[in-house]
Design a protein around this ligand. Structure first.
Ligand code: SF4
Ligand code: SF4
Ligand code: SF4
Length: 585
């Protein structure tokens, strides 16, 4: 243990603890704009400077480990002046139009400016207006708000290994951008949105569709249906000051109804449906000796990543559409038929924890209904904003159920929102499909939790089903490299079924989650989904009665011709340079 003094307070911390961590433990706030708990500290912003007695130069607290007997000061005139000068410099070339900024009142720069006591913004010269990058269908990049902290570059390279972002130009012209400054929409960016979660200011955010949804809701000619993903119920509460991991399913339905959606459904319904389609695909593949593994397909960031970096594995990826897209198709076919509402009048809206879902909804193949299956995708953050505009506070709302027939769900669907959840849900039903018996212990613990790559073996009628789960694309890359090597060497992989989610923690850690998230919050949200699963009367997807009726009345059977037409898709190869589809041959 290291014993030292910070601002005259005795501290004792394990060896290797940084001054920043030690100061926080002793309840001292040391401001920083580049440090994030999920990233390796870089010390790039320089705001966390402190004095260590005996050393003439100021030290960066986030990258300096505390040493035995040190006497540290975090609050002297010299430190306060240095910090203030730094923030003044940042603000002198910053578009400080806070009132119209997406991050207003949730911005780390605003908070730091308050802490260091900025009273006016010094004008060091003309502010330069730089063009806003609108080239992506999912992410907006506004260089006028960027403070060059480097967090977005770090998450895109360290955690996601996509490397879509880089520093361009030099000196005062430096900007964060894509290679050759071509724009995110013309790059290998997979739209995961992690950079929007890590950015401390309003420089990276989702491309909003709230105006379009308000317009549809106020159009008497339109019938607007909404679905909300499993993870939303564990995230949305945070937008209204509730503790991370508070489950708000019932309040969420009530809010959407009060916003005048004509039908309030639940993506969990099609999560159960996905399990039936995908589970049958896996069982068929095992029975017919198809090359394994089958890899899940519900994370659109992962799908674009696969198309760009691992196209040789596309034949292993389940053809089942994601629950969002299955829902969109069914809302304009099955639901349209049931209610006698023409599909062209239906506007299908989804609420997702994910920015990549915006890209997925606009893929040209996602039109099996004859229309764009999902018209608008809102992130958790966008729904929070719309609710505030509508004068709704989630905390004040009653619990209400979703509507029929696309609202029923089981616990297996709820856990789709956490890493390992799709695998666990699939195993619960695959066991039944193969043996005709129910799996007794539904809690498959080895696939739960925040470990980057998880493995499990589940005995199913003499076969040891070997499965693997990866979340975050850096972890996925490690697993996919292993699978690729096995396939190249022997034509076989040790795994039967693999789950991949683009975002760390799975959908609970998606790019559309509330601002200010870290891995601890993601984990808490995931635990909350498992708690909801445990509390539900049905926990296996094949127990969903409304899904059974859908097959009986409409699709006939899993993987039928109609099911294939409506619920399955195909993949393309993409360029690593601009992310565009590469024409084969
Ligand atoms: S990024 Fe923060 S400081 Fe800058 S305009 Fe937006 S809210 Fe204001
Ligand atoms: S959205 Fe994801 S892939 Fe694209 S730049 Fe941001 S972190 Fe990188
Ligand atoms: S875009 Fe945001 S995260 Fe990236 S360097 Fe600029 S301020 Fe930091």
């Amino acid at each position: 243990m290291i014993k030292a003094k910070i601002n005259k307070v005795d501290v004792e911390v394990p060896e290797g603890t940084t001054i920043l961590e030690a100061a926080r433990k002793a309840n001292f706030t040391v401001p920083t704009l580049c440090r994030h708990p999920d990233l390796t500290p870089e010390g790039s912003c320089g705001l966390c400077v402190v004095e260590v007695e005996g050393f003439p130069a100021l030290r960066r607290a986030c990258v300096t480990q505390l040493e035995q007997g040190w006497v540290v000061n975090t609050n002297t005139v010299r430190i306060r002046n240095a910090r203030k000068e730094l923030v003044e410099l940042i603000l002198s070339d910053h578009d400080t139009d806070c009132l119209t900024c997406i991050k207003n009142s949730r911005c780390e720069l605003q908070e730091v400016a308050r802490i260091v006591g900025i009273k006016e913004i010094t004008d060091y010269g003309k502010k330069r207006k730089k063009p806003i990058d609108m080239s992506s269908v999912a992410i907006v990049r506004d260089p006028n708000k960027c403070i060059l902290c480097g967090r977005c570059i770090a998450v895109c390279s360290e955690i996601q290994t996509v490397n879509a972002l880089t520093l361009n130009a030099r000196g005062s012209d430096t900007t964060v951008s894509t290679a050759f400054n071509e724009g995110l929409g013309n790059s290998a960016c997979v739209n995961c949105g992690q950079c929007t979660v890590f950015c401390p200011v309003g420089a990276l955010y989702e491309k909003s569709q709230t105006d379009e949804v308000w317009k549809a809701l106020n159009d008497p000619e339109k019938h607007v249906v909404v679905q909300e993903a499993p993870a939303i119920r564990a995230q949305l509460g945070e937008e209204f000051g509730m503790a991370p991991g508070t489950i708000v399913s019932g309040k969420l339905h009530a809010a959407l109804r009060r916003m005048k959606f004509d039908a309030v459904f639940d993506t969990n319904f099609t999560a159960d449906l996905t399990i039936i389609e995908e589970g049958n695909e896996v069982v068929d593949a095992i029975k017919t000796g198809k090359s394994l593994p089958i890899i899940t397909s519900c994370s659109p960031g992962w799908i674009k990543f696969m198309e760009t970096f691992y196209p040789h594995l596309s034949g292993h990826v389940s053809t089942a559409k994601s629950p969002q897209q299955m829902f969109g198709t069914l809302s304009k076919t099955y639901y349209s038929d049931l209610k006698g509402i023409p599909a062209e009048k239906i506007v299908s809206v989804s609420v997702m924890p994910c920015t990549a879902k915006k890209f997925e909804a606009q893929r040209p193949e996602m039109r099996s209904s004859g229309f764009q299956d999902v018209d608008y995708v809102l992130t958790t953050r966008e729904l929070g904003r719309m609710m505030r505009e509508a004068g709704l506070d989630l905390k004040d709302l009653p619990d209400e159920p979703a509507d029929d027939p696309l609202g029923e769900y089981t616990g297996a669907a709820t856990i789709f929102g956490a890493t390992g959840g799709v695998m666990e849900a699939a195993l619960r039903s695959a066991y039944f499909l193969v043996t005709g018996r129910e799996l007794e212990n539904l809690d498959i613990l080895p696939v739960r939790g925040m470990e980057g790559v998880k493995e499990a073996e589940v005995p199913v009628d003499g076969l040891n089903l070997k499965v693997a789960v990866a979340h975050g694309l850096g972890n996925a890359r490690k697993l996919l490299d292993k699978i690729s090597a096995q396939l190249a060497e022997t034509g076989k992989s040790e795994y039967h079924f693999v789950e991949i989610m683009a975002c760390p923690g799975g959908c609970v850690g998606g790019g559309g989650q509330p601002w200010g998230s870290d891995m601890a919050r993601r984990a808490r949200r995931g635990e909350a989904l498992y708690e909801e699963d445990k509390s539900l009367p049905k926990r296996r997807s094949h127990e969903n009665i409304s899904v059974g009726l859908l097959y009986e009345k409409y699709l006939k059977k899993p993987n039928s011709e109609k099911a294939h037409h409506l619920l399955h898709t195909h993949y393309s190869r993409r360029s690593k340079v601009d992310g565009k589809i590469v024409k084969e041959g």
